[in-house]
Unconditional design. Structure first.
Length: 375
């Protein structure tokens, strides 16, 4: 904790400007109490750790508020607090909100609206993340989750594969059809943006990375710009490359042989890996609804169409749940949306069957309009 009351109910905020000597004086002159439970606190001024307050005894509010905060968490809170102060957004550090029994790292006011800032340095289970988010929204507070950065090794700007694990993927943000992730690095005082994210499979995404120093950040936080039409071509080629890299071992290493539904469907569609049409294996809607790479269900969809003498033009939306059952894919709302969206894309491309030919240039243009330029 960085905040305490003294014996006169004065708020003490441990900011970076205090030297350790100044803090030693403060410690000698005052007693400190937890603003939440009023229990006495100890001011810890070690040589290594960032000075902070800690309960003398195990307290009820330990459950709400981690006593063993990481250095990054303490430092990040200080940096963000100071930055919000400079922006004159009236930040309150570690406020306890009794109505929802939550304690965000920071609370700020912007255009008469309240925002809770959570700087997350340890994995937060999805249930807790969802519950806390709901708590804030119920109290008419907009939560903003900032995750500790773990992407410092990625290079700037180029289109590249980015690994975002499942715990991290709960922090993905969506704006006008774009999916992105914002993280913060305390050492460099730098925001990292993983933008224009397209889900490939499992924890793999394709996207761009760029850095933004805290000093250049704005509030509301910057929303990364969308990929340009020109760069999208590069993006598309990387998707195709990923697809081909996926396909070869998929075929070679299949243990189920002829019982492999995917290989069977490919065979029935008279498709080979080298002749897979460019419109199969296209990630749509930037969603991570399916864990597997999209080529798996898209091949099944074409086989389904063939077996039922349908085309993307004639397949009724009501048949989609039946497709899931037929292909043994569990259906979720998000997955259903993805299949619906893919079918409408095929309609727009006037695709009739898996053996149709499509100009790459045309596909890239339509994909850019559908996936990027929307919103
Ligand atoms: Zn307490």
């Amino acid at each position: 904790m960085l905040v305490a009351h003294d014996e006169n109910q004065q708020l003490i905020i441990l900011q970076r400007q205090f030297s350790r000597d100044e803090l030693q004086v403060l410690k000698k002159q005052h007693q400190f109490f937890c603003p939440q439970c009023n229990e006495p606190l100890q001011l810890k001024i070690g040589q290594i750790r960032i000075p902070h307050f800690a309960h003398l005894q195990h307290s009820e509010c330990d459950n709400l508020f981690s006593e063993r905060e990481s250095e990054a968490h303490l430092l990040g809170k200080q940096q963000l607090y100071e930055w919000f102060e400079r922006l004159e957004l009236a930040p309150i550090l570690e406020p306890y909100l009794p109505q929802i029994q939550q304690r965000p790292d920071l609370l700020i006011t912007y255009q008469k609206r309240l925002f809770a800032i959570e700087f997350q340095c340890s994995p937060l289970p999805l249930e807790l993340f969802t519950a806390r988010t709901k708590g804030y929204l119920d109290a008419e507070i907009t939560p903003i989750w900032i995750v500790q950065n773990s992407f410092e090794r990625l290079k700037d700007n180029g289109v590249q594969k980015i690994k975002i694990n499942y715990t991290m993927s709960q922090y993905l943000l969506h704006n006008q059809g774009q999916c992105y992730l914002m993280t913060y690095d305390v050492k460099q005082e730098m925001f990292f943006y993983m933008s224009n994210l397209t889900h490939l499979k499992k924890t793999q995404y394709l996207g761009q990375v760029h850095r933004l120093p805290l000093k250049q950040q704005q509030f509301p936080f910057l929303i990364p710009s969308k990929i340009s039409r020109q760069k999208f071509e590069q993006f598309f080629l990387q998707m195709l490359q990923f697809r081909d890299d996926y396909m070869h071992p998929r075929l070679l290493l299949s243990k189920r042989g002829v019982n492999d539904r995917f290989l069977f469907a490919l065979y029935e569609l008279r498709l080979t890996v080298n002749q897979l049409p460019i419109f199969i294996g296209i990630p749509v809607r930037n969603a991570n609804a399916f864990d597997e790479f999209c080529v798996e269900w898209q091949v099944q969809l074409f086989y389904f169409l063939k077996c039922h003498e349908l085309t993307p033009q004639t397949m009724n939306a009501n048949a989609i749940p039946y497709f899931f059952e037929w292909a043994s894919f569990a259906m979720t709302m998000e997955r259903k949306k993805e299949v619906t969206y893919y079918l409408s894309l095929l309609k727009r491309l006037t695709i009739q069957s898996a053996t149709d030919h499509l100009e790459k240039k045309h596909l890239i243009e339509v994909l850019y309009d559908e996936l990027v330029a929307i919103g």
